[in-house]
Design a protein around this ligand. Structure first.
Ligand code: NI
Length: 176
């Protein structure tokens, strides 16, 4: 991580910022690039494989991801990412979220997606993603639309996960 990157506190459910539709970035500035570096540092520190700006209380269309292996990191920094095509074939992967600590569920999504986005220099880029990367980029773009992975599972399972996470957060707050 760049020497100047700083860690940002991660917002947890039920904070309303996680349910807002984030706004597009109109101009990419040094501040945007700093935010991307800070988000990447925060993601690696957590540790996690993806982080969206609303998760650090900034309601802008910005995400970072790294689904690479430890010995082979592959950091993506995306501004205004958009899914431009998706496969009819679906796949199921176990997902978690830094904003819903210690909970996971199987989520079904398109197995392959193509994403268009701006890089940190404002250049248009595209990514064809499969496997874990495809699930991750869809999960992060969902965050920009106020959608969480638990919205893709049954109401019964969603309520169970959210109840459990609230209970654990209450317990850790009262033991501090
Ligand atoms: Ni998440």
């Amino acid at each position: 991580m760049p020497a100047t990157a700083k860690l940002i506190p991660i917002i947890k459910v039920p904070d309303p910022v996680l349910r807002k539709v984030a706004t597009s970035v109109a101009e990419i500035t040094d501040g945007t690039r700093q935010l991307l570096d800070d988000m990447a540092a925060t993601m690696y520190d957590a540790p996690g494989i993806g982080l969206a700006a609303p998760q650090v209380n900034i309601s802008q269309r910005i995400i970072v991801m790294d689904c690479g292996k430890d010995e082979n990191p592959e950091l993506f920094k995306m501004i205004n990412p958009e899914i431009i095509s998706q496969s009819d074939v679906l796949s199921v992967l176990e997902e978690g979220c830094l904003s819903i600590p210690d909970q996971t569920a199987d989520v079904e999504r398109p197995a392959e997606v193509e994403v268009r986005y701006l890089d940190e220099n404002g250049k248009s880029q595209s990514l064809f993603a499969t496997g874990l990367l495809a699930a991750c980029v869809q999960h992060e773009i969902d965050h920009l639309n106020g959608v969480l992975f638990v919205d893709h599972i049954s109401r019964l399972k969603r309520d169970m996960i959210l109840r459990r996470v609230m209970k654990e957060m209450r317990q850790s707050a009262s033991s501090n």
